[in-house]
Write a protein that binds this ligand. Structure first.
Ligand code: ISJ
Length: 347
């Protein structure tokens, strides 16, 4: 594909879990269905697209399905325990690490399979990753917090594949309700990406050692556009964002203040001042965020978090609330989303 041929950008939306098959758009092909549901299942591709069940909801009524669609034909397969679907421009793949006493090695091996698959299919741009870690704040059998254990394996795998800090994807690393560790990835073949950091936060890959032996390797956001020259009409994938300034957690124990700071962090991240550092000309605000996931540690806090979010998000945005743990035990809330359609006003 040459730079002149314009490729569409990925499309995703949330559907209700019940009857998801009935609701799948008939005029499109399905790349993947990610069920945020009440049990875990290995990735599978028997229906001509990628399917994976991630244990993120106490009951099906609290869950939802994230559906990725495309106009191009979809091919599926499995490689080293990784299920995948791709349409010649975008690859969606998923893997799982069974419950274990420690996770660094299993994470490294599963990530290696995923990175090898990307290489072999020609998807060199790792756009966005989601990681769901059961017992994320508990210690492994050697006394290391499971999130830190996971971060170690991930850092090792990226290192083996020569991913420098500025080529890691934006990501989410969040608690789940069961199933060891599950992950899925969106990668692109010809669409270009720019990793974006937040000038008000230290890059996660530069966090000091107090947060674990290997830092979390992810970008704060990824700008994805059809060509490298297009700094106007791309999408922005916002990583899981929390109440962190510099590298420090702020407002521990105050969920409302933590929600407001997480929102402020996202507003700055996707806003014109931060994007100007990357010559991206978009004037986004929180109202431009869509397909939003809000992770809340304590179920009782959900109404307060919902109230604050409703004041900032577009009434038309899709927003899912999930009651799970967050990567640091002093964080009560975390928010992610995608700016799908750019607000193109010149910066
Ligand atoms: C909230 C933070 O990190 C979380 C953990 C991530 C990971 O390990 O992949 C990515 C984003 C967040 O889900 C943060 O460090 O700011």
């Amino acid at each position: 594909m040459t730079e002149q041929q314009i490729v569409d950008l990925p499309a995703s939306k949330f559907l209700a879990l019940d009857d998801v098959d009935e609701q799948l758009p008939r005029e499109k092909n399905v790349l993947g269905v990610i069920n945020y549901t009440s049990s875990a299942a290995d990735p599978e591709v028997s229906r001509g697209h990628l399917r994976v069940d991630i244990h993120m909801a106490g009951s099906e009524a609290d869950g939802f399905a994230e559906v990725w669609t495309t106009d191009r034909p979809v091919e599926t397969g499995e490689f080293g325990g990784i299920g995948y679907a791709h349409d010649d421009e975008y690859l969606l793949c998923a893997g799982r690490i069974a419950p274990a006493e420690h996770y660094a090695e299993g994470t490294r091996v599963a990530y290696q399979a995923m990175l090898e698959l990307m290489d072999s299919l020609g998807y060199k741009n790792c756009v966005r990753m989601w990681n769901f870690v059961n017992h994320i704040n508990e210690d492994n059998s050697e006394g290391m917090e499971i999130y830190r254990d996971f971060c170690k394996g991930r850092a090792e795998a990226f290192e083996l594949f020569h991913f420098g800090d500025t080529s890691v994807p934006s990501a989410t690393g969040i608690g789940s309700l069961g199933g060891g560790i599950a992950f899925y990835v969106l990668a692109s073949r010809s669409a270009a990406l720019i990793p974006i950091e937040n000038s008000k936060q230290i890059s996660a890959y530069n966090y000091p050692k107090q947060y674990g032996p290997r830092p979390p390797k992810f970008a704060r956001a990824t700008y994805l556009s059809t060509t490298g020259a297009d700094r106007i009409s791309g999408q922005i994938y916002v990583a899981g964002t929390s109440s962190i300034r510099g590298h420090e957690t702020l407002f521990a124990g105050d969920v409302e203040k933590q929600t407001l700071l997480a929102l402020e962090n996202i507003a700055h991240l996707v806003g014109p001042e931060n994007l100007a550092d990357y010559q991206i000309e978009q004037r986004n605000a929180l109202a431009d965020l869509d397909t939003i996931k809000v992770y809340v540690r304590h179920r009782d806090d959900i109404p307060a978090v919902q109230r604050i979010c409703a004041e900032h998000f577009s009434p038309d945005a899709q927003v899912a609330y999930l009651n799970v743990d967050v990567c640091r035990s002093d964080l009560s809330v975390e928010i992610e989303g995608i700016v799908h359609a750019a607000n193109r006003g010149a910066a």
